[in-house]
Design a protein around this ligand. Structure first.
Ligand SMILES: NC(=O)c1ccc[n+]([C@@H]2O[C@H](COP(=O)([O-])OP(=O)(O)OC[C@H]3O[C@@H](n4cnc5c(N)ncnc54)[C@H](OP(=O)(O)O)[C@@H]3O)[C@@H](O)[C@H]2O)c1
Length: 418
């Protein structure tokens, strides 16, 4: 290729999260302009999430030392900070890494969905600021397409893999029109955070309660949801159709009696998902008609099953990536031929138009029908002469045959635009 692709990354594989944070870019726009100016990169894309900070770059003669230097100065680090944390992949290894990213194989939780969206956002942002160009745009578009297809065909992302997501999925599966139901979340700790995130991502409205209203308010400010007083909840369970319960209360907060009273007023029935250990919901409520109770053991078992099912699909995903890699490589290599092909068609077409104009003047042809026929004839001649050699040129480029590209550039007097 005329360009080389580099990926330099600091990820959770090599660095704990608190170390990873030190490598983040505070101002992505300024990072783009600095990498281009100081690291001999023509194009760049940054992917920055809580598990990774990654730079993809394209350039003819980039220099990894300059990349490190620029990165260190942007993040306010010593250059030797990269010693144990930085991983670098070039060309096909960088493509392979991006395919692993988009398909979810490089994630902490195999197959997780967020990374695909994060990669999409990164290339959209880079494109909008013209930080990326034809090389990285092509690479990312194709890798995103392959990643999405892999997820759809293998099911590597299927099923909840956190108790929070799984609980929300179970509620969706068991309750018709969940969006129209009254959902309550009891608890504002780590597990409630997972539930709230999952509810929020899926567009559900929900109420949140904690023993102190201030805690519930603070939780809702960051996680979404509407705070509601604990005392109000205790006296009005009948108002809720679905309850997610995740507290560390050492006793049953949701007793048989409370739910028996609630169900008298809520004839539609209730689903209660108790994620607590020890339980916050008395198991006995499951015997009350109209109540569906699921506990942590049942939910965790489903999460385990989904995780095992994902792990079983890793080999299939790897095989698809290995099949797709040469196709992606060929597409990237082909980019080198496109400017020559475009230039040749453009030049020959302008010659064709010039000669056609001359011939029509000599014939003094006025008949529009005939002029159209002659015009089409010249186009067909150009097309049939050029298409075979230009396709051969593209193929040679796909195979990385630079000699043919050089020869074609000389033959057609093609001058690269630097
Ligand atoms: N963390 C995990 O990995 C994990 C995994 C599976 C299950 N679990 C279980 O899920 C439950 C919540 O875990 P967590 O990690 O989210 O805990 P956490 O972060 O410590 O939060 C505990 C929550 O329980 C509430 N709480 C404590 N005592 C209470 C009481 N007497 N009455 C009402 N609310 C009370 C606290 O709220 P206020 O103090 O503001 O009321 C807080 O919202 C626990 O039973 C835990 O065993 C945890």
């Amino acid at each position: 290729m005329n360009q080389n692709i580099i990926n330099a990354r600091v990820t959770f594989h090599s660095s704990p999260i608190h170390v990873l944070e030190r490598f983040t870019f505070r101002d992505i726009d300024s990072a783009y302009s600095n990498f281009k100016e100081h690291s001999e990169l023509d194009e760049c894309v940054i992917i920055q999430t809580c598990n990774r900070v990654e730079l993809f770059g394209s350039g003819k003669n980039y220099n990894i030392e300059k990349i490190k230097k620029t990165w260190a100065s942007l993040a306010g680090l010593e250059e030797n900070a990269f010693k144990e944390n930085l991983e670098v992949s070039e060309n096909s290894h960088a493509y392979h890494h991006l395919l692993k990213l988009t398909s979810g194989l490089d994630s902490m939780v195999i197959g997780e969905e967020q990374i695909l969206g994060q990669v999409k956002d990164s290339i959209t942002k880079a494109r909008s600021t013209k930080s990326s160009g034809q090389y990285l745009n092509t690479l990312f578009d194709k890798a995103i397409h392959v990643g999405a297809r892999i997820r759809n065909t293998t099911g590597i992302s299927k099923g909840g893999i956190s108790v929070g997501t799984m609980a929300v999925k179970l509620a969706e599966e068991n309750i018709d029109e969940l969006k129209s139901k009254h959902i309550l979340l009891i608890g504002t700790g780590d597990i409630s955070t997972l539930v709230a995130k999952s509810l929020g991502r899926r567009g559900y409205s929900f109420l949140v309660t904690s023993r102190t209203i201030d805690r519930a308010k603070a939780f809702c400010e960051t996680m979404g949801g509407t705070p509601v007083k604990f005392e109000d909840v205790l006296s009005s369970f009948h108002k809720y159709d679905v309850m997610f319960v995740a507290t560390s209360a050492p006793y049953f907060l949701i007793t048989h009696e409370r739910i028996l009273n609630a169900i008298k007023e809520n004839k539609n029935g209730m689903m209660i998902l108790d994620l607590s250990n020890p339980r916050t919901v008395d198991e006995g409520v499951a015997t009350i008609g109209g109540i569906k109770l699921m506990n942590l053991d049942q939910i965790a078992e489903m999460v385990d099953k989904n995780m095992r099912s994902r792990m079983a699909k890793v080999k299939t995903v790897e095989n698809i990536i290995n099949e797709e890699l040469p196709v992606l490589e060929a597409s990237m290599n082909r980019l080198d031929a496109e400017p020559i092909v475009k230039d040749v068609f453009k030049n020959i077409n302008s010659l064709r138009e010039k000669e056609l104009k001359k011939a029509l003047q000599m014939l003094d042809e006025q008949d529009e029908e005939k002029i159209k026929i002659i015009d089409e004839l010249t186009k067909a001649v150009v097309e049939s002469i050029l298409s075979q050699p230009m396709n051969n040129l593209r193929r040679a480029s796909e195979q990385g045959n630079h000699e043919i590209l050089e020869a074609a550039s000389k033959l057609f007097d093609y001058k690269k635009k630097e």
